[in-house]
Design a protein around this ligand. Structure first.
Ligand SMILES: Cc1ncc(C[n+]2csc(CCOP(=O)(O)OP(=O)(O)O)c2C)c(N)n1
Ligand SMILES: [Mg+2]
Length: 357
């Protein structure tokens, strides 16, 4: 008789669009062609924003940048499933969905160029500022979801985070709270399999991250994160459940971080090129394009027109960034406290004096 039993949590896994662009007809959502083309366009904008940011950083025109290459389908799929009044609570690798939820691209750039005004979004944009302290945003997402429930607002708090952040206590506290209080929250893990140089298997002994939901009494699902349809379906179901009082959901979107952790990292020092290349072949944008071409939704002339539109948009974004007047050095201090503590007031005076001389 074995003294212990190994428990394998059964987690649902959803895949609809395969790397060749073939869809599973039984599972495929009935999306209007215009929506599918829009998803593709949105992912193309994200790719352009990412590529340009890396170039700007190399030219000394950007502070640092965490690339999102390969993770576009997660961000487009969730954004397209969200409703107008929903909230987004991002971590720091969510530029794509921040853009789609209404944060102007030049402000996203401004944040990463070290400008505090990059966190001051236009009125009505329901997006929290970037959260760099790993995992802190999960609790904000549970809290916003609870607040929406208490106010009787039919909106949902959608929180994003990385695989690495699931090792922080904050993640578990947030899931527990969300389960107990039935928060109107959807939690999305962008499992890109790396937390800087720490691989997923050093992060958890669980088979999946989604199965952690079971411990908190909430539904959990793993989706192919390079498949925009699977992400859209899982997010739509989770959002509908939260909106109608059915409580939170944890979605694990399995993908891969194609780029370095940030521009300050060199991932070739800790992971093999072959692994990166294998995942690059599963590119989410290429996959959707293959599908659209085979379904007669896309052709070369549409691609050309889109390329032109995207170039123009990204060039305008850089102009908008670089035409911002110089920032007030006091901005570094003024957004943290209602009343600045004396030591920070002193530091602020020092910085102001230095900038003036
Ligand atoms: C509390 C805390 N610890 C450490 C760091 C340094 N750090 C920044 S990102 C990161 C890894 C995050 O990995 P993951 O959650 O998988 O997100 P990814 O970068 O892959 O999107 C670490 C350790 C931090 N910002 N905050
Ligand atoms: Mg990660």
């Amino acid at each position: 008789m074995p003294r212990t039993q190994v428990y394998h949590a059964v987690t649902e896994r959803l895949e609809i669009l395969d790397p060749e662009g073939k869809v599973d007809r039984e599972l495929a959502p009935d999306l209007p062609p215009e929506t599918v083309r829009r998803m593709y366009r949105d992912m193309a904008l994200m790719r352009a924003m990412d590529d340009k940011a890396l170039k700007l950083q190399r030219q000394g025109r950007m502070g640092t940048w965490p690339p999102i290459r390969g993770q576009e389908a997660i961000q487009a799929g969730v954004a397209h499933a969200m409703a107008e009044g929903d909230w987004l609570i991002p971590a720091f690798r969510e530029h794509g969905i921040m853009l789609l939820r209404g944060v102007p691209a030049h402000l996203i750039y401004a944040y990463w160029a070290g400008d505090e005004r990059g966190s001051a979004f236009p009125d009505g944009v329901r997006v929290f500022p970037v959260a760099v302290p790993v995992g802190s945003q999960w609790q904000h997402g549970a809290g916003v979801g609870l607040s929406l429930k208490l106010r009787g607002e039919p909106a949902v708090a959608v929180t994003f985070g990385g695989d690495g952040s699931t090792s922080e206590g904050d993640f578990h506290e947030a899931m527990n709270c969300a389960g107990v209080f039935g928060c109107q929250s959807v939690f999305v893990i962008q499992n890109n399999q790396w937390a800087i140089s720490v691989p997923l298997h050093r992060q958890t002994a669980s088979e999946t991250l989604a199965q952690k939901a079971h411990a908190y009494g909430i539904p959990g699902i793993q989706v192919d994160g390079n498949d925009v349809f699977a992400v859209w379906v899982a997010a739509s179901e989770a959002l509908a459940r939260a909106r109608s009082g059915g409580g939170p959901t944890l979605i694990e979107a399995l993908t891969y971080r194609i780029g370095d952790h940030t521009t300050a990292d060199d991932a070739s020092r800790y992971r093999p090129e072959t692994e990166v290349a294998a995942w690059a072949d599963r590119d989410p944008i290429l996959r959707l394009r293959r599908y659209m071409e085979s379904a007669g939704l896309w052709d070369e002339s549409r691609e050309e027109a889109l390329t032109g539109e995207v170039h123009e948009w990204i060039d305008r974004t850089v102009v908008n960034l670089e035409e911002m007047p110089p920032q007030d050095p006091r901005d570094i201090f003024t957004h943290m406290y209602a009343e600045l503590p004396p030591n920070l007031r002193e530091q602020m005076a020092e910085v102001v004096a230095e900038v003036r001389t």
